[in-house]
Design a protein around this ligand. Structure first.
Ligand SMILES: Cc1cc2nc3c(=O)[nH]c(=O)nc-3n(C[C@H](O)[C@H](O)[C@H](O)COP(=O)(O)O)c2cc1C
Length: 300
């Protein structure tokens, strides 16, 4: 599977997850078999003022993670162009967020708000394509609300703007994360356009990922929330959860810039969701240092 010149080794994609996708988390997903890694969304206004060294440190992408899609969020053409130029050197693919439903971003016309302003969306995507040689992608929802499901039209616009790959979260903005994912629209999008389509929404296991691929005919499948709890969802084989968590901490200590015990405790707590223990795992948040968190996990 290729996106532009970028080779994708398999059909499973790690979704962008703001507040979750630190370097160690992305690396653990990669070690477990994710074929394409997205960074979390990055605000174009924040990134465009940074030096190349700061951008490099901020993204902190390791070679073993590649290929990596760097996701941007913004609605202002000049800032977007500057942001593309800032991340280009470090990204294999550059993505525009067209699905975020956070109020602060919607107010500024970013994310899912662009589903209601197609001329603006088209101008932004064309500006990205004109700015970089790297493949550009877009991550959309299927529409604003049930009365305005325009996923197929948006996907056609995205393709015509010169974008190389599109991912589709099968919900409207109005739905947030509730209700069922609409895979019929994903299939219709796949049937109407030629660029690769990534299906996204509610995949809870490797096999349910395969079944979403079958139902929709899409080329790739993207996993978000299940990966937060199970970065091993990208592989079929059962894993030792404790070993996975210890590996996460090891990667974090080796590669992460922040070295924050709070961040490690968050991830450990999320990954312990399916671990059988009589301990109250919330208590991991009370631990003050990363080595103490490691000892806590070993004792479980
Ligand atoms: C905590 C959280 C953070 C997210 N951050 C982003 C983001 O930065 N960019 C984006 O396009 N989508 C973001 N999403 C949406 C996911 O990428 C994905 O589209 C959505 O969760 C549906 O997939 P899932 O059912 O596999 O989780 C986020 C979702 C969650 C729950």
């Amino acid at each position: 599977m290729r996106i532009g010149t970028v080779e994708i080794p398999n059909r499973f994609v790690l979704a962008p997850l703001a507040g979750i996708s630190c370097t160690a988390f992305r690396m653990l997903c990669k070690e477990n078999g994710a074929g394409l890694i997205y960074t979390q969304m990055i605000d174009t206004v924040l990134i465009s003022g940074k030096t190349q060294n700061d951008v490099k440190q901020f993204l902190n992408i390791q070679e073993m993670e590649r290929p990596v899609t760097v996701q941007l969020i913004g609605s202002e053409t000049n800032a977007l162009i500057k942001a593309v130029q800032a991340v280009e050197e470090f990204a294999d693919i550059i993505d525009l967020n067209v699905g975020c439903i956070e109020d602060d971003y919607l107010k500024k016309g970013c994310g899912a708000a662009l589903l209601k302003d197609l001329p603006k969306l088209e101008a932004l995507l064309k500006a990205m394509v004109d700015t970089t040689e790297k493949p550009v992608s877009a991550k959309i929802r299927i529409g604003w609300d049930n009365q305005h499901i325009n996923g197929v039209a948006v996907a056609q616009l995205v393709e015509n703007a010169g974008v190389s790959v599109i991912s589709v979260h099968g919900r409207t903005a109005d739905q947030g994360y509730a209700g069922k994912v609409n895979w019929t629209i994903m299939r219709q999008i796949k049937e109407k356009i030629k660029i690769p389509v990534i299906a996204n929404g509610d995949v809870t296991s490797y096999n349910s990922g395969l079944s979403l691929l079958l139902k929709t005919g899409c080329d790739l499948v993207m996993i978000g929330r299940q990966a937060q709890h199970c970065p091993w969802v990208f592989q079929q084989k059962p894993v030792d959860i404790k070993q996975q968590i210890l590996r996460f901490i090891e990667l974090y200590e080796q590669y992460e810039v922040r070295q924050s015990p709070v961040e490690v405790a968050d991830h450990v707590f999320w990954m312990l969701r399916d671990f059988k223990t009589s301990e109250d795992t919330k208590k991991v948040h009370l631990i003050q240092t990363i080595p103490q968190i490691t000892r806590y996990v070993k004792r479980l």
